[in-house]
Write a protein that binds this ligand. Structure first.
Ligand code: MG
Length: 456
């Protein structure tokens, strides 16, 4: 059964607890990661963190044991967020980081994410080199050379301080507004950082699902259909904004005043508006992100560059383009001045900055921009290469702008369709965006035709 297998990608492994993901698997990957770090520099530590998942403490012990067994020093953050772990790798000049988190995936999953010495997730070359060590008979440390373990409890505080020290965050101005915020942490790791950050910014916070016990009360992906409880809280508390973070706190979704979730695409778009107003420049996002980012960047005088799907692809392109801000349409905002990783505390501070700069409410700000509909579809991957499909689609849609970095993306001034094979599942994704649901559905339907012909 496919679902019982371990899913291996460039920068991590993921599986269902007790099926694909076992203590043996996690320990063997952690040892290999430690051996890979030690091969580059034997003196460097590895930073370890976990989100709140029920299986987190078990896999946390496995990861630490695996690293110690190859003589690597461990800096243990315990319960933490993915961006906090990435920042701690940089802070400690570590050789890498291991974050135990299945991010927004359902409760039965857990995963390991591999962070390199720069604080970025491993890229394809690093990931391949590291994975080649898994299961190899590399040297284990004898008793006197086992890696030592030290705790670092200050990482969330340093993370908050770094966000508040950013020149585009005017803490005094935000505090003066005494903004009302409703917060939903989905019983994830948000508890270790989000309330403290919002308090430092003078917000009046009402919170739900703060207990970091991993017993998610709803599907943890912060998409509008999962945010009903937060929508009601925003309405009943009269909040200026609702913040929902995923369990490892790299994604932020917004609920506008009044109580309507506005979709995760707006998080990056609004964060980019704040950054571009102070730092004109380039925004990098992926090929499947809403064109609301293009609209907001255009009005703010910025330029948008699109990278293949995957956080590390966006981060690497940001470095190449010297981008001022970037991220993904799933609520992940990246600010290179802070670090090259998706960061929900950063995104929250930027949204509060936006609200503090004028008198408009969030719903008024959103209403200034065009609305789009995104339709997502997927189908089984055909047993042949998709080149013929791409060729057929380019003939069907003559006149479209063509991008072949990651599957095929065809775009027009107000719409696009993106056809790409998934990196982790045997499926092809077809995503379209247009000014109306009907138009987006029609784009998906026409793009599926040559694919369906292959699988029929
Ligand atoms: Mg996440």
């Amino acid at each position: 059964m496919a679902a019982e297998q371990l899913m291996v990608s460039v920068s991590g492994i993921r599986g269902r607890v007790g099926a694909g993901l076992t203590p043996e698997v996690v320990t063997s990957y952690a040892s290999a990661f430690g051996a890979w770090v030690a091969a580059a520099d034997r003196t460097k530590p590895v930073v370890v963190g976990r989100d709140s998942r029920v299986s987190g403490p078990m896999f946390h012990r496995c990861v630490i044991a695996g690293l110690q067994s190859v003589g690597v020093r461990v800096i243990d953050l315990g319960l933490t967020t993915t961006p906090t772990c990435q920042l701690a790798v940089e802070h400690h000049h570590a050789g890498g980081g291991l974050m135990i988190s299945a991010s927004h995936n359902p409760i039965e999953w857990n995963a390991l994410k591999f962070v390199g010495s720069t604080g970025l997730f491993l890229d394809a070359i690093e990931g391949t080199a590291m994975r080649s060590l898994v299961g190899q008979p590399f040297a284990r440390a004898t008793w006197e050379r086992l890696g030592l373990v030290e705790a670092d409890d200050e990482a969330p505080l340093r993370h908050i301080d770094a966000v508040l020290a950013l020149p585009m965050i005017d803490g005094a101005r935000i505090r003066a507004r005494k903004l009302k915020v409703a917060l939903d942490c989905c019983r994830g790791a948000g508890a270790v950082i989000m309330p403290a950050l919002l308090e430092r910014l003078g917000c009046q916070v009402t919170v739900i699902n703060l207990e970091p016990d991993g017993r998610f009360p709803r599907p943890p992906e912060p998409v509008p259909e999962n945010l009903g409880e937060l929508e009601r809280l925003v309405a009943s508390s009269g909040a200026d904004v609702g913040f929902a973070v995923d369990p490892d706190v790299d994604r932020l979704a917004l609920v506008a005043n009044g109580g309507a979730a506005i979709g995760e695409d707006y998080t990056l778009a609004l964060a980019a508006r704040v950054v571009l107003s102070q730092r004109p420049g380039t925004v990098v996002t992926n090929l499947s992100t809403s064109r609301i980012v293009d609209d907001i960047a255009a009005r703010a005088g910025g330029r948008v560059v699109r990278a293949p799907v995957g956080e590390v692809n966006v981060a690497i392109r940001m470095r190449e383009e010297n981008a001022v801000v970037g991220g993904e349409g799933n609520g992940g905002v990246i600010l290179p001045e802070l670090h090259l990783g998706r960061d929900a505390p950063l995104a929250a501070a930027l949204v509060l900055q936006l609200l503090s700069e004028g008198e408009e409410t969030l719903s008024e700000i959103v209403s200034q921009y065009p609305r789009y509909a995104i339709v997502k579809d997927k189908l089984d991957r055909p047993p042949v290469a998709l080149d013929a499909v791409y060729e057929a689609l380019r003939k069907t849609f003559t006149g479209a702008h063509v991008d072949t970095q990651d599957g095929l993306r065809l775009s027009w001034p107000d719409s696009w369709v993106h056809i790409r094979p998934s990196g982790t599942e045997p499926i092809v994704r077809v995503i379209a965006e247009a000014p109306s649901v009907d138009a987006a559905r029609a784009l998906v339907a026409r793009s599926r035709e040559p694919l369906d012909a292959l699988t029929a």
